[in-house]
Ligand binder design. Sequence first.
Ligand code: RIB
Length: 308
Amino acid sequence: MHDYDLLVVGSANADLVIGVERRPGPGETVLGSDLAVHPGGKGANQAVAAARLGARTALLARVGDDDHGRLLLDSLRTAGADTSGMLTGGAPTGVALITVDPSGDNSIVVSPGANARLTPEDVRAAAPLLAAARVVSLQLEIPLETVAEVVRAAAAGAEGRPGPRVVLNPSPAAPLPDGVLAVCDPLVVNEHEARFLLDGDPAGGSAEPAEWAAALLARGPRSVVVTLGEQGALVAEGGRTVLVDSLPVKAVDTTGAGDAFTGALAWRLGVGDGLEAAVRFAVRVGAAAVTRAGAQQSFPTAEDVARL
Ligand code: RIB
């Protein structure tokens, strides 16, 4: 029996958000709305999304000893996520500068702060947390060597038991070692991340998500999920590719919707769903998340998802 359906290892950021009529081009200044400060970060977002849906989930992350860090801890606790793996200090809490335009699209610049100080040693010290989880979910706003340490520990297992199943969303996109790719089950990518990872591969120039998925699978992951925004998501595993449709919703703000999708997906895998069933649930969660402003405060409960 595991204590957690899902352990998320990743980032926690304060999101500094400004609404704009139009996102600025190079060298350009535009005026925007009042500043809003929200809890965010791809790791914390996934943990909050899963917890709000009812998951037994924990987050291993590092925040600063500051107001932003306290904002993040409050949000995690309010959602029902376990914060026993949260580490404090070493640098200020990570910050994301976000502009959102009227179509709901955003641009994000992240200053990693304390996220960059989440070390492989921190992962080793959290071995009991890892051993207690059915699934571990990762992103790339923490050092790659820390991600690789989680993957190593998950692949090794502990005390004769297999380690957790690994879900990885390589965002922001970065080159991945073969050893990391090989354990992903699934690798979750959007179009940008798929094309980045396929740089130099003819499939990366294709307009067909099924070709990206096939080419990515050939790199070693056990399964691949390609998120396609309002078109839904493509699931590729075991020689089978399935397109899962999304729901028609009016997008207000897409910030964090991908994290809500991946957190929900990873949770459903942790409670025993197959990959396609987990994606069918996760696209509904992602759709609900775009209908409200912000990241964590936009994430639905299980009742919200049932009502969609
Ligand atoms: O994916 C959305 C998240 O990316 C934001 O919450 C921001 O913190 C950045 O990490």
